[in-house]
Design a binder for this molecule. Structure first.
Ligand code: GUN
Ligand code: FE
Length: 416
């Protein structure tokens, strides 16, 4: 048993943080064994890690992030989606045909995720099989829990980023065969979005999903332009989400839809029926899409809403920054579109980035007994003139914290 004496904060449920001030937390076999106000007698005499004023919180999960866009973070943020894809994003992703460039970039990307407290993620790679395989293997080797998608796209992109449907499906199947049995990082089907995928490709991916029992991630009703394109290119479907439902892509494993900013009633009905995860990426939607996911309204309808950095549509890998931004932009959403929309509390936004999103990866996203001890110790955020409560330290970390405020990182109980 490894023991910590600390302030401990995690999500009890959607609306409430569980706060244990000046308490003891025990870790056994990489999992939280218990939390006690006083050290139980049976553990007296064992060494205890003293955390001082620090706060132990669960590590974050990023449910939507593009690893090959890492080098573009914070650049060309004055463009909107279509121009941003064509001018900045596609040329960068094409470079991942070079495995050496990919290795260098993906190592730096994963280092930065871990530095910023993201230990679980659902990641888009690029169309390239060798680079995507390296990313998945490296995440798995580091013990990070997550999904990695080899991206599929067979139209409306530069020649050097296009696959034929046959080649795309063949390489995706190789990817699934190699890694479906993994424990930590596993593959997920990743049609980029409707405008860059033909019906033939999407139907083929539906067959692979069924054969291998694997879920799907994509960009879903992310902009008015994208929703319109989806209707135009798939005239027999009444909305974007129906394209994937008809192909049988929503029946085989987790469904992760990024953005969901302009859903029709039908989009919402389909996502709800398939228990899909919606990923709100506040910075990205304001940077390159100029819309805001109706997170509060979707939560009130019983949908699973989570958070993502969407680097490099979003400019910062730290999901904790998106906790703050989700609160900020929910107010703008409510102010300009009051009907059904409401402001999120800090506790709700924290839940989206930890317990809700972590549920995709097993027992992660909480520090309640039984959960994996995937944890961060945050400190150095209060002022000498006035101490803060543990909840206040968590809130301030989300607003003005950075990686240097994470003083210790534990992954499956191991300090890293
Ligand atoms: N839609 C299609 N591709 C992308 C992408 O790479 N990022 C974002 N944010 N939206 C997309
Ligand atoms: Fe994205």
């Amino acid at each position: 048993m490894e023991l910590f004496h600390a302030n401990i904060v995690y999500s009890g449920n959607l609306t409430q943080l569980a706060v244990h001030t000046d308490s003891y937390l025990g870790v056994e076999d990489g999992k939280v064994a218990g939390i006690w106000e006083k050290l139980p007698q049976m553990y007296e005499g064992l060494p205890v890690t003293e955390c001082g004023n620090g706060v132990l919180i669960p590590a974050f999960s990023d449910l939507h992030v593009h690893a090959p866009q890492y080098l573009n973070r914070g650049l060309n943020m004055d463009l909107l989606l279509e121009d941003w894809l064509n001018q900045l994003t596609f040329p960068m992703e094409a470079r991942f045909a070079d495995p050496d460039f990919a290795r260098l970039t993906y190592d730096a990307f994963l280092d930065d995720l871990i530095a910023n407290g993201t230990f679980h993620a659902s990641v888009f790679a690029s169309i390239h099989l060798p680079a995507s395989s390296y990313l998945l293997e490296e995440m798995d080797r580091r013990g990070m829990k997550g999904f990695v998608g080899k991206v599929n796209m067979d139209r409306s992109a530069p020649e050097n980023l296009l696959e034929t449907p046959a080649q795309s499906l063949r390489e995706t199947e190789q990817f699934l065969e190699a890694y479906s049995g993994n424990k930590n990082a596993r593959p997920i089907l990743t049609p980029r979005f409707a405008p860059t995928c033909t019906g033939e490709l999407i139907r083929g991916l539906g067959n692979l999903g069924k054969k291998y029992g694997v879920g799907m991630q994509t960009h879903l009703v992310e902009s008015r332009w994208e929703a319109q394109q989806a209707r135009l290119l798939f005239p027999d479907c009444s909305c974007d989400t129906e394209i994937y439902e008809r192909a049988g892509l929503l029946d085989n494993g987790p469904v992760i839809g990024a953005h969901f900013i302009f859903p029709s009633e039908k989009d919402e009905e389909i996502m709800l029926r398939h228990d899909g995860f919606i990923v709100h990426c506040p910075d990205a939607t304001v940077n390159v899409i100029a819309g805001i996911t109706p997170a509060g309204r979707l939560l009130d309808q019983g949908m699973k809403v989570t958070l993502g950095s969407d680097v490099s549509g979003g400019h910062h890998v730290g999901v904790y920054t998106q906790v703050a931004r989700a609160v900020q932009y929910s107010k703008i959403k409510e102010f300009y579109e009051p009907e059904g929309n409401r402001t999120l509390s800090l506790a709700e936004a924290f839940y989206l980035a930890t317990l809700q999103s972590g549920s995709l990866f097993g027992k992660v996203g909480s520090l309640a007994p039984g959960y994996d001890f995937d944890a961060l110790l945050i400190d150095g955020l209060d002022d000498a003139a006035r101490p803060l409560t543990p909840e206040q330290i968590v809130e301030r970390f989300c607003y003005i914290g950075n990686a240097s405020h994470i003083k210790a990182r534990y992954l499956s109980g191991r300090r890293i």
